[in-house]
Design a protein around this ligand. Sequence first.
Ligand code: PMT
Length: 415
Amino acid sequence: MESNNKNLNNNQTSISYKPLKDKNIIFALTGSIAVFKAIDFIRKLKGLGAEVFPIMTKGARKFITPLTVSALCGHKIKEFFLEDQDPDISHIKLSKEADIVLVAPASANFIAKAATGICDEILYAVLLATRAPVIIAPAMNSFMFTHPITQANLETLKRLGYTIVESPVGDMACGSKGPGRLASWEIIKEEILKSICEQTLQDKNILITAGPTREPIDPIRFISNRSSGKMGFELARVARRRGAKVHLVVGPVSLEPPYGVKIYKIETASQMLDTVLSLLPKMDIIVMAAAVADFTPSFYNEKKIKKGQNVNKLTIDLVKTPDILLEISKRKKEEQIVVGFCAETEDLKDNAVKKLKNKRLDLIIANDVTRAGSGFDVDTNEVLIIDKNESILHLPLLSKIEVSEKIWDKIESLL
Ligand code: PMT
């Protein structure tokens, strides 16, 4: 039996997303107090499907025990040279089998040695021997981090093609404040997933809209809808992982914005229109996943509308908002690709095809928002992807990130 969305737990998704399935990750921990945070990354990497092979430098072993790390990974800590009379040279075998090498936290000492090629522990030998992407997440006191030597060493590692994860500014274990903190899991995860993604959208400028708009009635009240921004945010994450420069125009939502994309916050449909049109000329692809209000109050009351005695009814006149997609289609250059979404409660396909034609779109993504697990404020969606020839691809209920991957695959086929 189908249930309405409002009966579902918002964070509930029975569909697991395993983008690191069959991937071998060498996870190296070095001597930094932030190593305690990185312990949690093991569970998260495994949650994404990865096989995690741990390495610990001597420094890391001063902060936590190898037993904790190996127990969580389900693999012994790799040691230099022969282990258990294993005829394979462990660091070479490990390097060959690795899909990614992650160093988190990366201490100043590690960064200095890695930049010079010093090779006195297994981690450094692995770095020299591997041809897998290397991701380094620094963590140290901010004076050590900003020291010209550390910065020069990081530049060297960047030049070698390593990904250096941005280190956020914040409170340090030593009591000072500044850059040098270990990046959050969200940021490290995005860099890992980007490193294994083919860069099929490299340097494309992509405009995505997400979330609801909010149409004010008075200083207290507004008209809006149930869009959470999840669909648009996942589209932005996947595009960024594939190398795009993402511009995300977003209405009022409570989610943390995706990492590595440019955010433009708006409130009303008319503000969304202005922002979108100002960005339009430089964009290659435009995807309108936002739930834009179709109507807005014809009049904004500067003061709160009072209940008043004997007033049992209030009528608010609404006028149509600008149709942003239609305005885009009128102005768009031949080579720009425009993708719309369509939220329906009945006749999904027919209504979607009408919108595809009326708004002159290259593609439309249609979701029936009355279906369980689909549409507003859930982590999953079931959609139809319809192109100009009305050929239809039906995606079953999937996580919104997987839906986004399939949508980008389809958009890329139009490039
Ligand atoms: O944000 P989530 O909680 O993850 O929910 C995702 C979603 C349900 C919002 C998303 O999947 C979705 O369907 N977005 C479009 C919702 C919508 O407004 O559909 P529509 O059928 O009313 O509009 C059709 C298209 O025209 C949309 O691309 C919309 O952005 C656009 N539009 C609508 C009105 C308007 N004035 N200008 C527009 O450009």
